[in-house]
Design a protein around this ligand. Structure first.
Ligand SMILES: Nc1ncnc2c1ncn2[C@@H]1O[C@H](COP(=O)(O)OP(=O)(O)OP(=O)(O)O)[C@@H](O)[C@H]1O
Ligand SMILES: [Mg+2]
Length: 299
């Protein structure tokens, strides 16, 4: 079952100067139900634009979007009820209290009045925001406002949670809290789509991912497959005495030496055999998501 099917989406904007900006160019993304999925790309790549279209805030220029089989462009209300959206920008009604805002959100998404009070307590507990329940949103710090944004999206227990940079500008403790929550919701059955510029987060959390750059999908798939494809394929080692005869193909990289790999086990032993007691350390190097990202978005 697909939680999300985005097919051949195009979105163009017209700027005030009359220029055309192509924010999404033939974007296709499929997310299996139950997955944690990352949407990655540099500033201006088109991630938030795509999320706005999935969440029914913007209309695509062309293409189709369905959420759990429901056409999100024509049956918007039905599709929206299945989703919880945490937008990138903090948008909230500053004059109201946290409790009032969450009551309103719950009401909008059909949480029965009798259940709303308890549900508000639950989400605030999950986000460590209980002591702010009766404070006005205006008086919250930036990180607390971000938590409130997450709380709003969780009120109706969505089966598809979309988070646009939920951890930008939040402290380490809250970041971990958010990811704990995301993992727990995922275990309980929710599908998750998120964007982040912290690639180590994506590395730890995602089952699969899509990279977009200049509005276009440039890579998608499982992290392990992408890593395999981009693997630097080297045995990296350090020596006590660097000025010795080297194996053919060895080159220096900072304080390390790199030896290209064809068969990891054999190449490791070739290095060990050749350098013997001169070896200070040895490891195999896999490509980090950060290096992959830089390579993919180099132009
Ligand atoms: N309402 C708008 N009107 C005109 N151009 C827009 C509008 N919204 C977005 N754009 C343009 O579309 C492109 C994609 O923007 P988008 O916000 O989707 O990027 P992003 O991948 O979310 O970037 P970031 O990582 O900085 O959040 C940018 O060039 C942006 O200037
Ligand atoms: Mg964005």
């Amino acid at each position: 079952m697909l939680a999300l099917e985005v097919s051949h989406i195009n979105k163009t904007f017209r700027t005030k100067k009359g220029e055309t900006v192509i924010a999404n160019d033939d974007v296709t993304v499929k997310i299996e139900a139950g997955k944690i999925y990352g949407l990655l790309g540099p500033n201006g790549a088109g991630k938030s634009t795509l999320i706005s279209m999935i969440s029914g805030i913007m209309t695509p220029t062309s293409g189709s979007i369905s959420v759990f089989g429901v056409d999100a462009l024509t049956r918007t209300v039905e599709a929206k009820k299945m989703m919880g959206i945490v937008p990138q920008e903090i948008v909230t009604e500053l004059a109201f209290t946290v409790d009032e805002i969450l009551h309103y959100m719950g009401g909008m998404y059909g949480v029965p009045l009798a259940e709303r009070k308890d549900r508000i307590g639950e989400v605030l507990r999950d986000l460590d925001l209980e002591d702010k329940r009766y404070e006005r949103a205006r008086s919250l710090s930036g990180g607390m406002k971000r938590r409130l944004m997450v709380a709003k999206a969780l009120m109706h227990k969505p089966k598809f949670l979309i988070l646009d940079e939920p951890t930008s500008g939040v402290d380490v403790a809250l970041r971990q809290k958010i990811w704990e929550l995301v993992r727990r919701m995922n275990k309980e059955g929710a599908t998750i789509l998120f964007t982040t510029h912290y690639l180590e987060e994506a590395e730890q959390l995602c089952d699969e991912m899509t990279f977009i750059h200049h509005g276009r999908v440039i890579k998608q798939g499982k992290l392990s497959d992408i890593q395999k494809e981009f693997s630097e394929n080297v045995v990296a080692f350090e020596l006590y005495k660097p000025n010795v005869p080297h194996l053919p193909g060895v080159h220096k990289e900072g304080t390390e030496f790199h030896y290209p790999v064809t068969h990891l086990d054999q190449d490791m032993s070739a290095v060990i055999k050749h350098y013997g007691e001169n070896l200070r350390s040895i490891k195999s190097a896999a490509a980090s998501l950060e290096n992959i990202f830089l390579k993919l978005t180099a132009n």
